[in-house]
Design a protein around this ligand. Sequence first.
Ligand SMILES: Nc1ncnc2c1ncn2[C@@H]1O[C@H](COP(=O)(O)OP(=O)(O)OP(=O)(O)O)[C@@H](O)[C@H]1O
Length: 190
Amino acid sequence: MKHNVLEVKNLTFGYKKEKLLFENFSVFLKQGELKAIVGDSGAGKSTFFELILGNLKPQSGSIKISRVAEIFQDPYSSFHPSYTLLHQIKDVAPLHKLESLLENMNLEYNLLLKLPHELSGGQLQRASIVRAMLMQPQLLLLDEPTSALDNVIQLEVMKMLIKNLDSMGMLLITHDMDLASWCADEIIKI
Ligand SMILES: Nc1ncnc2c1ncn2[C@@H]1O[C@H](COP(=O)(O)OP(=O)(O)OP(=O)(O)O)[C@@H](O)[C@H]1O
């Protein structure tokens, strides 16, 4: 039986009491599932991730999460500019799985010896996926992970992410309905 890696029950939250972004909102996510969160600008998508990560407190309801990692929109913001990628990857997790992950993500080891700005956006986003995977999360939060990349690379990066879906659940924020329909088990509109 696949277990829930995220349980959001009857969540109510608003920055101001008179303007609630979520009212009795529930989401359950299992290992091996990918659910997409879509909604207009300002609907509360990023706020939802902040609530899941515990950076904001709900007015009511409960949120239960498993070990979590996050991949951001802009891969350059995921890494410190003045240290090599290898340095920043080995800081988060043991490296024993590195070789197969690099192969999986189609990345040369030598690229890890470079500084972030020496890589292309697509290469760097793949490196940030390698780092997230090394953390062996059970829940992976993806906030527009491919929006800073060009169209061809977007699909390639999403395919590589999905290769890892077996061992975790993924929640994907996206504006791209085509992408959501292509990869998600369920689309949640907020
Ligand atoms: N710290 C804050 N204090 C007060 N209001 C906030 C705060 N952060 C966000 N908001 C408001 O809450 C609403 C939801 O913002 P949020 O960033 O979650 O939306 P979003 O769906 O992620 O939008 P986008 O698609 O544009 O990134 C917006 O109206 C925003 O102005």
